[in-house]
Design a protein around this ligand. Structure first.
Ligand code: NAD
Length: 458
């Protein structure tokens, strides 16, 4: 997109910040309702675009993109009024007579940058949170999912005025230009590498950021786990969107004495969920592009493959694949982000925890275990963004939980109430009465005043 056009679009939104059409929470709700209606009206178009970009079936698209987004909108329509209210807090006796409160205010103009793997949901959900908090927005969807990016632009134009929310299409260059501008908040979802660039650029303007990044999310299975159910849920979480999910279990770390049984059950589940020929299964997604496809092929070493491993260059599909791995293998060095699942085993859980903590802090962690003691050990001793016990990925689908990473896997969080708070600046206000004016704090402060101050401040 032409840089002058980009700058004029951003300027157009910027000029509207002072008037801010979304100052009143009722206007926000109106827009959220319109957005909901338009998504429903455009459901087929969104599905088609997701199919073209990622070969997602309409069922998977509804469950993981459209449905989750509609759910977030419904939640925000219900809670917007309550969240937007002033929050009264106690005032210390030393400040009597006064009242104190926190006043939720939008930041102003926010920039939302999104990736290609859930291109609809990861663009619109942060937007929903930003609008609920009363912000105007500029959104930059990914260039790697062009069909969805075009539909997103159409949806935005149908729902918002150009000076309320605008879409900038393009890639690295366009994004860099945007990052040079002075936004009031930046919400970025994508790789850790680009997250660093975003944070550096944001620091030029002291712009607060939320960074939703990735990482190598472990999935621990101990000897007490219900193996059948674990296998079923791991296959669901790992091979959804052909493994291109930020919170997908990246690798399995299991107790040595259940490894064979677990592998057998995972193989069985792959066949049950994706058939014996996943490459020709129309509901099985593809890799986003040739680059990502070729990245995956590097990991398919024949002597490591336990199951799967076939692929089709024309359709960019790779079978759900299990590898027998060790921590030295190439596949264990970085986030995989594809349908390849390495399995590593441990002798005892304490060693496993030590090993996990040697990596960067992951976005998610999963523990399959029927031992409360083992569950607690892992939850307390490993650092990670969020996760599940005896389940995979479902923590992202609970609007009552914030979603985000920690350190290398992200900064900040969103979804539901946490999402509203992310896009809100709370002004802290002391509202003092003029009826009485306590004299203690004013100079000259003699012995009696000093005694009283010391009574209050201790
Ligand atoms: P990416 O970082 O390559 O791209 C994301 C966005 O940044 C795109 O809009 C792109 O145009 C822009 N961009 C790319 N390079 C840039 C540069 N040099 N300067 C400025 N902008 C640039 O990420 P991706 O490959 O699209 O997504 C994959 C990664 O995102 C994975 O690591 C995954 O784990 C992570 N992810 C995280 C979440 C989450 O919610 N935490 C969700 C999805 C994906």
């Amino acid at each position: 997109m032409d840089s002058e056009l980009i700058l004029s679009k951003v300027e157009n939104v910027r000029k509207n910040v002072e008037i801010n059409p979304f100052k009143d929470y009722k206007k926000r709700i109106e827009k959220l309702k319109l957005l909901y209606t338009n998504i429903k009206l455009m459901e087929n178009e969104i599905n088609e675009a997701l199919y073209k970009d990622l070969n997602k079936s309409k069922e998977e698209s509804y469950m993981t993109e459209i449905g989750l987004t509609l759910n977030e909108i419904s939640y925000m329509i219900k809670h917007c009024k309550k969240f937007s209210k002033i929050k009264k807090v106690r005032t210390p006796l030393s400040q009597f007579p006064a009242k104190s409160y926190e006043m939720p205010c939008p930041y102003g103009m926010v920039l939302i940058i999104s990736p290609w793997n859930y291109p609809f949901m990861l663009t619109i959900e942060p937007l929903v949170d930003a609008i609920t908090a009363g912000n105007l927005a500029v959104i930059k969807p990914s260039e790697l999912s062009p069909n969805v990016s075009n539909v997103v632009q159409k949806l935005i134009m149908k729902t918002f005025k150009e000076n309320e929310v605008c879409t900038i299409l393009g890639g690295k260059e366009e994004c860099s230009l945007l990052l040079d501008q002075d936004f009031d908040y930046i919400f970025y979802t994508g790789s850790t590498r680009v997250g660093k660039i975003v944070m550096q650029k944001a620091s030029e303007h002291f712009t607060p950021v939320t960074l939703e990044l990735g990482g190598k999310s472990p999935c621990i299975v101990d000897e007490t786990a219900n193996i059948k159910l674990a296998a079923k849920r791991i296959v669901f979480g790992k091979f959804l969107n052909a493994g291109q999910t930020c919170v997908a279990p990246d690798y399995i770390y299991c107790s040595k004495n259940i490894k064979d049984e677990l592998i057998h059950e995972i193989e069985r589940q792959i066949v049950l969920q994706y058939s014996v020929t996943p490459l020709t299964n129309p509901s099985y997604p593809k890799l986003i592009n040739e680059k990502q496809f070729n990245n995956m092929l590097k990991f398919l070493e024949k002597d490591k493959i336990l199951f799967g491993g076939k692929y089709n260059k024309d359709s960019l599909k790779i079978e759900p694949t299990l590898l027998s791995s060790s921590f030295e293998d190439a596949v264990m060095q970085d986030e995989i982000f594809g349908p390849i699942l390495p399995i590593v085993s441990f002798d005892n859980l304490d060693e496993a925890i030590k090993q996990i903590n040697m990596y960067s802090k992951p976005l998610a962690l999963y523990i399959f275990s029927n031992s409360k003691q083992n569950q607690n050990k892992v939850l307390n001793r490993c650092d990670f963004g969020g996760g599940c016990v005896n389940e995979t990925i479902m923590h992202i689908a609970n609007g009552n939980l914030g979603f985000g990473g920690i350190k290398q896997s992200g900064i900040g969080a969103y979804h539901g109430k946490v999402g509203f708070e992310t896009f809100t600046h709370y002004k802290s206000i002391v509202d003092k009465s003029n009826l009485i004016d306590m004299p203690m704090r004013y100079q000259p402060i003699g012995k009696i005043k000093d005694f009283i101050i010391r009574m209050f401040l201790k």
